[in-house]
Design a protein around this ligand. Structure first.
Ligand code: PLP
Length: 397
């Protein structure tokens, strides 16, 4: 769908953007739509009752919760039975890891560049099921995960492969469809952490060809709640974990653990509607184009400096990366860059390993201070990024 993107109109949707703070830590968590904020208050004020009863308020809360679940399923192009909502992607992956069953002696493949959320649960799963773990280690300088680097690790024993769609440090977009094809050829299941991809591009689990996929709405302009997709066929590998007297047909039945927050779930139709271009929100083609301009401003500056290393993809082409950009400066600690910038500006960005500790230490060879990360989304303006460049000019040696 085409629509003309108006940054001013988009910003109007976010009450937090009216304050004197520039938000450049969006990969940590985005700002929340005003419609979502109002709806949570409205839900709690009028319909905060247990679901499933026959009185009016309960009928209303039940239907709002169901609409939230349905909207999440439609949004990722899955059927209603294939999604579950929960407290966080970390929690949902742990739930999945508890329920997945494999025969002893199989192998799983994990990517070294991932956020620990997409590593820890599977290490636990491997220990419990007595599976061998193989590490998928992409090579620099751009650390792209490809089917070519995966294939030598695949074997008839491979049961499960997981990787990130976009690293929360590097911003490079991996071709998950091509990777999914390679994994499926080997007869294994494929899981993708979509947390850093979802704020920037449309999620479509069918087009990606994945078995499992998760992301967090609190980075996609909504509240602190996450969604996990598991295809109907992959669900056959799950041991249902619900109470014995409850149904075990849907993914929610199997690994939901009654954990989806009602007032947050019922906001999802509002987020989906905003991202679909309703009520003057932007569509993803417009978001991609705008974010491409933002990342070009910053990358043009960073790439022009001899003393700056941009980690991962250095191109500003929105076909190959999203607007999460990390760098280090020769001879300057990452913390120092942020501390100095904060003293002279209202720019909010940060330093660290961002829970991708294995990537920062083992692949990028960085110490505890990690990288400086600037993560932009569609409501950031070119003016904000030009201001950031001016501040960095003052802060860097
Ligand atoms: C790539 C990536 N995966 C997973 C997570 C964890 O998500 P959650 O906080 O919903 O568990 C994050 C959070 O920053 C992330 O950036």
């Amino acid at each position: 769908m085409e629509n003309t993107f108006s940054i001013a109109t988009a910003r109007e949707h976010f009450p937090a953007l009216k304050q004197d703070q520039v938000f450049l830590d969006n990969a940590g968590g985005s700002q929340v739509l005003g419609s979502v904020i109002d709806s949570i208050s409205q839900y709690l004020s009028h319909t905060n009752v247990q679901l499933g009863a026959s009185y009016n308020a309960s009928r209303e809360s039940t239907s709002r919760y169901a609409a939230g679940c349905k909207a999440a399923a439609r949004y990722v192009n899955a059927s209603d039975d294939e999604v579950v909502l929960g407290a966080s992607t970390t929690q949902l992956f742990q739930n999945l890891a508890i329920a997945l069953e494999f025969n002893e002696g199989g192998e799983i493949i994990l990517s070294k560049m991932d956020h620990e959320t997409d590593i820890d649960p599977w290490l636990f799963m491997a220990e419990r099921n007595k599976l061998t773990v193989k590490w998928w280690i992409p090579e620099g300088p751009n650390f792209k995960l490809t089917p070519e680097t995966l294939k030598p690790l695949l074997s008839p024993k491979t049961k499960f492969v997981s990787c990130t769609h976009v690293s929360n440090i590097l911003g490079t977009i991996h071709d998950v469809k091509a990777i999914a094809d390679a994994v499926h050829e080997a007869g294994a299941l494929f899981c993708v952490d979509g947390v850093s991809f979802a704020p920037h591009r449309q999620v479509d689990v069918k087009a990606f060809g994945v078995d499992f996929y998760a992301f967090s709405w609190y980075k996609v302009y909504g509240p602190h709640i996450s969604v996990l997709f598991a295809s109907a066929s992959a669900q056959k590998r799950l041991k249902p974990m619900g109470h014995y007297f409850n149904p075990s047909k849907t993914l929610e039945n199997k690994i939901g653990f009654a954990a989806a927050n009602y007032e947050l779930t019922q906001t999802i139709p509002l987020i989906v509607s905003y991202l679909g271009g309703d009520n003057s929100g932007p569509v993803f083609s417009a978001i991609t184009e705008h974010e491409g301009k933002l990342q070009k401003v910053l990358l043009d500056f960073l790439n022009s400096r001899e003393d700056v290393t941009v980690h991962g993809e250095t191109s500003a082409d929105p076909a190959v990366r999203v607007s999460t950009i990390s760098f280090t400066v020769k001879g300057v600690e990452s913390k120092q860059v942020v501390d100095k910038a904060e003293k002279i500006s209202n720019l909010g960005f940060r330093w660290g390993h961002f829970y991708s500790k294995r990537l920062c230490e083992e692949l990028l060879g960085l110490d505890n201070e990690g990288v400086v990360r600037v993560s932009m989304v569609h409501y950031n303006t070119e003016e904000e990024i030009r201001k950031l460049v001016e501040v960095l000019k003052k802060v860097l040696p």
